[in-house]
Design a protein around this ligand. Structure first.
Ligand code: ZN
Length: 149
């Protein structure tokens, strides 16, 4: 268990210090802003969708280690995926963190499974899901900023 916790912390810190795909995207086809007032996390997600595929994804913003690492990991996980798969990943990730009895096989989530440990800290669940909710809002073309409250 200690090993797992260490691995988890290392992973989160690595993505926090060196966030992947952290940049603006002037030619994005969709954007959305997200805010988690409980923690103060702010994230802006950019997506480029062509022929039903997320061809590029990036984020900007500032937040705690978990929200930043989650956004960073999400961008890596979604790039190149068909929209149906992106939505399925959202559902699986969300269920892993919020369902009282998740039935998601963590192995199906790849690196994203690291965030399963956040379940133990309910206050942090919103940090971990913020980027995902924001990404979904961008896909749904919602113009309303996302708040986790
Ligand atoms: Zn946070």
């Amino acid at each position: 268990m200690n090993d797992l916790r260490e691995l988890y912390q290392e992973f989160i810190l690595d993505h926090y210090k060196k966030p992947r795909n952290y940049h603006a995207m002037p030619d994005a086809t969709a954007h959305a802003d997200g805010y988690n007032p409980l923690c103060g996390d702010k994230v802006k997600v950019h997506l480029k969708v062509a022929d039903g595929i997320v061809t590029d994804v990036a984020f900007e913003g500032s937040g705690c280690a978990i929200s930043t690492a989650s956004a960073s990991t999400m961008t890596e996980a979604l790039k190149g995926k068909p929209l149906a798969e992106v939505r399925a990943l959202f559902e699986a990730f969300h269920e892993m963190l919020t369902s009282p009895e998740p039935t998601v096989d963590p192995a199906s989530l790849g690196k994203l499974a690291v965030f399963g440990g956040v379940r133990e800290f309910p206050v942090r669940v919103k940090c971990a899901t913020l980027a995902w909710h924001t990404m979904k809002a961008a896909l749904d073309n919602s113009n309303n900023p996302v708040s986790t409250e």
